[in-house]
Ligand binder design. Structure first.
Ligand SMILES: Cc1ncc(COP(=O)(O)O)c(C=O)c1O
Length: 389
């Protein structure tokens, strides 16, 4: 008979999302993992307990989420954090030391850039940025001190695509770790560890929880590496509470359905936006003329719900933001509702203006998080907001 572990490997994605780590609760048979709102656990005698001592070190609701996250990325161990940036911080702080270097893609979430430049650089961990996502460009930036390559794919906000398996090959040849921030794709669309990455990081705030009602993060990878990060997490303390873990787990149950619809809606919108006269550029990896389209096709099973657009004038941006109704102007992404963001003034404001502009994040760029509303309503809303008069 298959063991519990082998059995979970036999299940397909949507089934694993709903069941793995989520057996009916032992004491009552509750079908849904309860919110274990407790900071501490009774011990039979000093040091003798049932696997839980204190909720910074472990909590059953969090364990259920972590077990499920690991299976979704098809890896050995998952760790849940209080935010995506707490997860990112734990990766850098636990695996790097002063004098080490990171090579990162220049198109990067502004908060990750700020963390690298304003927190880790003063600690002696320097980062080199690759403007171009080609594997050769990463290779050219590697030095004897490089210990980690960090990429997002698709990137935030320009939706560039990195060839994860080629970059993994380059990294491993030199004994360097490859970490992929898989927030924009979600594990449903892309599994970086199967492509050769060592670790995956998520802002679970986004697609994984999916309803814009919780902030969280995750790190997933092979046990030996994640154990080191878990030691740091327990020592430093950035854990999510059980209610956050519960909400995230509840969101995960519909991840596959949501990602299919996000991808469908975004594909239709991108095709429609591409022909619109008020736009000078549409960034969406599902479009055939997107430079990363072929790689995205190879490593993703759908192109996701994020589209960036470049409007033809600053005035058009102002009009658009005044007229748009269904797309809410807000930070974040990945929820069921559509959002629009102005990266230069919002998510990427922490990048110095000259660097931002040189990377193509200027005032005419808007980022759309395409929700799962009816596509016709989304087209009508955008059509009205993009009117030229
Ligand atoms: C790609 C990406 N990674 C990481 C983060 C950070 O996550 P959090 O806001 O949950 O700390 C974000 C947040 O927007 C993001 O877009």
């Amino acid at each position: 008979m298959a063991t519990e572990d082998e059995f979970s490997k036999l299940m397909r994605f949507s089934t694993r999302a709903i069941h793995v780590g989520q057996d009916p609760e032992a004491a009552t048979g509750a079908v849904i993992v309860p919110i274990f709102a407790t900071s501490t656990y009774a011990q039979e005698s000093p040091g003798v307990h049932r696997g839980y001592e204190y909720s910074r070190s472990g909590n059953p609701t969090r364990t259920a989420l972590e077990t499920c996250l690991a299976t979704l990325e098809q890896s050995e161990r998952g760790l849940a954090f209080a935010s995506g940036l707490a997860a990112t911080t734990a990766v850098f702080a636990s695996l790097l030391r002063s004098g080490d270097e990171v090579v990162a893609a220049a198109d990067l979430y502004g908060g990750t850039y700020r963390l690298l430049e304003k927190v880790f650089k003063p600690w002696g961990i320097r980062t080199q940025y690759s403007d171009n996502l080609s594997p050769e460009s990463f290779e050219n930036l590697l030095s004897a001190d490089t210990k980690m390559i960090w990429v997002e794919s698709p990137t935030n906000p320009l939706l560039q695509i990195a060839d994860i398996s080629k970059i993994a090959e380059i990294a491993h040849h030199r004994n360097i770790l490859l970490v992929v921030d898989n927030t924009f794709a979600s594990p449903f669309l892309q599994k970086p560890i199967l492509l050769g990455a060592d670790l995956v990081v998520h802002s679970t705030t986004k697609y994984i929880s999916g309803h814009s009602d919780v902030v969280g993060g995750a790190v997933i990878g092979r046990k030996e590496l994640v154990d080191r990060i878990a030691f740091y997490q327990n020592a430093a303390g950035a854990v999510p509470g059980p209610f956050d873990a519960f909400l995230t787990l509840r969101g995960i149950k519909t991840l596959a359905l949501r990602m299919e619809r996000h991808s469908q809606n975004a594909m239709q919108l991108a095709e429609w936006l591409k022909t619109h006269p008020s736009l000078s550029k549409v960034y969406y990896p599902g479009l055939k003329d997107h430079p990363g389209h072929e790689i995205a096709k190879k490593q993703m099973i759908g192109f996701g719900g994020m589209i960036s657009i470049q409007l033809i004038s600053d005035q058009m941006v102002n009009n658009f933001l005044k007229r748009i109704r269904l797309f809410t102007l807000a930070e974040s992404l990945g929820g069921v509702e559509s959002l629009v963001c102005h990266p230069a003034k919002m998510t990427h404001a922490s990048i110095p203006p000259e660097i931002r502009e040189s990377r193509g994040i200027h005032n005419r760029l808007l980022r759309l998080s395409v929700g799962i509303e009816d596509i016709q309503d989304l087209i009508e809303d955008l059509s009205n907001a993009l009117k030229s008069e």
